[in-house]
Design a protein around this ligand. Structure first.
Ligand code: NAD
Ligand code: MG
Length: 387
């Protein structure tokens, strides 16, 4: 039976990997929605290939270009934040949430509220609004299928037991491109160095997050919402080869792990096909060639981001949303060459130290925290830039 997929963030790294899988399994899928921020050319190319009902650009100034590119195709063009939410509400079998940042929060919430199962790559949405998102899924009966490789691994390992019987969840981390670099040398790294991940090919923002280890901190928060075993039962382990994508230890001391080549199409396929499996073109794991797997404890002195994230989710309330928004601004400033690499996490810390917003009760409250935190982060970025 053909299933309908709504793909948010189609032009990104996860979006393109998703379409690569769909393209190979054209009988099984039809695409209902494709979205992008402003890359009209690529979005229109994809729309012509996959024939969605609607293609949406988030940036309203791109609307005319999208209309022109799709003229005569029979594919509806739409633009803006409200159009994204409207598209997420449309009937579908699965929503792939692959927008980067809290820009993906409103459509993902709309999809969950409508009862659509969501394959979730967009971790920032869950970090900012985890309680609201999981509550929306519970209320509508929607399933959140984790796409982030670690969380997808944990989700798979949890099929081997009951969540009440979990003793520990171990999130693996590659350690990023600067795993062995001194703090002094990290002060001078460039955006090009930071986005060159040793194992994974990903979008720029998550690549920088991997380099600061903020990614693993955000993933800790993500895991806390997806797998409620208690924060103190979720640990981080550095594993430079990125072969074991995470582990679940049960009360009997049996530890289950999920392994695979570092190719996002594997966790994406797992989410797309769940509860079945689908074939992928990915390289099978060749353990004899890999020969060894290494592990080390994370260094929270050189990489303080994970501890900041653990403190933020332990404090709860608005802290995770505040941290996430500050990080988005700081990463963008680093990528633009405005601040140094260590100033990313320093900016986040300063934003957290400067204000403690009231606990959010609604999505609107989250957006207010997000906006205030972005403004505060811009202020500190300006200070760093002119220091
Ligand atoms: P990317 O930068 O390659 O793509 C992001 C997508 O979001 C693009 O389609 C872009 O057009 C769209 N977008 C950007 N800003 C937008 C806005 N303001 N409004 C609407 N759409 C916007 O990012 P990515 O690497 O594919 O990551 C996407 C999400 O998946 C992120 O949350 C990331 O943390 C998560 N993730 C990615 C990977 C990976 O391997 N790339 C792995 C795990 C999790
Ligand atoms: Mg991950």
């Amino acid at each position: 039976m053909t299933r309908c997929l709504s793909l948010f963030g189609a032009t990104g790294s996860v979006g393109q990997s998703t379409l690569d899988l769909i393209r190979r399994d054209g009988e099984a899928w039809r695409v209902g929605v494709l979205t992008a921020n402003c890359d009209v050319k690529e979005l229109a190319r994809m729309a012509i290939e996959f024939r969605p009902d609607v293609a949406v650009v988030a940036d309203e100034s791109c609307y005319g270009d999208l209309q022109a590119a799709l003229a005569g195709s029979g594919i509806e063009a739409a633009a803006g934040a409200a159009a994204l939410v409207e598209a997420a509400d449309r009937p579908t079998d699965l929503v792939m949430a692959a927008i980067v940042g809290t820009a993906g929060l409103a459509p993902t919430m709309a999809a969950l509220a409508a009862g659509h199962d969501v394959a979730l790559a967009n971790k920032e949405a869950l970090v900012s609004a985890g309680e609201l998102m999981t509550a929306a899924a519970r209320a509508s009966g929607a399933t959140i299928l984790p796409v982030d490789s670690e969380h997808n691994a944990i989700f798979q390992c949890l099929a081997g037991g009951r969540i009440e019987q979990v003793r520990r969840i171990i999130l693996t981390a590659s350690g990023g491109p600067f795993r062995t670099m001194s703090a002094a040398d990290m002060a001078a790294v460039t955006p090009a160095q930071a986005v060159a991940h040793p194992n994974w090919s990903m979008g720029a923002k998550i690549s920088v997050d991997s380099a600061t280890m903020m990614n693993k901190g955000l993933e800790l928060i993500e895991a806390h919402h997806l797998f409620p075993v208690g924060l103190d039962r979720i640990e981080i382990l550095v594993h430079p080869q990125s072969v074991i994508h995470s582990l679940v230890e049960y009360i009997d001391c049996s530890t289950l792990a999920q392994l695979g080549s570092p190719d996002m199409r594997i966790p994406i396929a797992s989410a797309l096909a769940w509860p079945q499996r689908m074939a992928t073109p990915c390289a099978p794991l060749d353990l004899a060639t890999i020969a060894r797997l290494d592990f080390e404890a994370p260094d929270e002195v050189r990489f303080p981001a994970t501890a900041l994230c653990r403190a933020a989710i332990a404090a709860g309330g608005a802290r995770p949303a505040q941290l996430n928004a500050a990080n988005e601004v700081a990463v963008a400033a680093f990528l633009a060459g405005r601040i140094s690499f260590p100033a990313i996490v320093d900016t986040v810390r300063r934003v957290i130290d400067a204000a403690e917003p009231a606990a959010p009760a609604s999505l609107q409250d989250i957006f207010s925290v997000d906006a205030a935190s972005r403004a505060a982060a811009q202020h500190f970025v300006d200070q760093f830039e002119h220091a």
